[in-house]
Design a binder for this molecule. Sequence first.
Ligand code: PGA
Length: 255
Amino acid sequence: MNKATRKAVIAGNWKMNMTPSQTKEAVEKTAALVKDKNGCDIVLCVPFVDIGTAAAAAKGTNIRIGAQNVHFAESGAYTGEISAAMLLEAGAEYVIIGHSERRQYFGETDKTVNQRTKAALAAGLKVILCVGEVLEERQSNITDEILSMQTKLDLAGVSKEDMQNVIIAYEPVWAIGTGLTATPQQADAACGCIRSVLTQLYDEKTAESVTIQYGGSMNDGNAAELLAMYHVDGGLIGGASLVPEKFDAIVTAAQ
Ligand code: PGA
């Protein structure tokens, strides 16, 4: 982490877990544990139907609430989709866009990721944009090319000013939910590669100010060594964010 030029952000991605009643309990428990830990921003990205409950439970605490996807249209005939305005009014301040599970299982492409990103920013949401290579790409030594391509396509048309509201999550697909974690050196190199792409797209000052998280089996046991790396400014946490004590330990490692 380099807290001199950027913010550390620890974000939980609950994925498709927790009902509203479970949400209330989990947010309250997490809030009590992370209270006064102000060395990083803390976000919980919850299922759509849990946002209102989570926002109410997080009110007055240092936890912010996020969603896990957003549609790019303002409104209209898009059955099953949710707009940025709906998320904001429900209490979300952040939204994850382009998670690899959406890319893998729900046909998300760099084009739709870019459309969603621009719509979310225009509406005033903060975006957690996910990029990352699959195992075959790492084994073929094209990780940097993949990260560069995704970053450029996903951020096409996003201004330098808007980048103040974008967090990038580097999530190697082979490390998500598998228990396999990138080594601190692999995570740092990949986050550094993304930062150099941001320098190309914008300028060095902007690139140095963007929070780049690592995600993929980050947990209470490995968070400290990952977060110690210069380019790793936080974490996007799946499984471990469902257990308040584990999530709190990661927040503590980011202080
Ligand atoms: P994981 O998920 O921590 O369970 O690997 C991370 C993510 O998908 O954001």
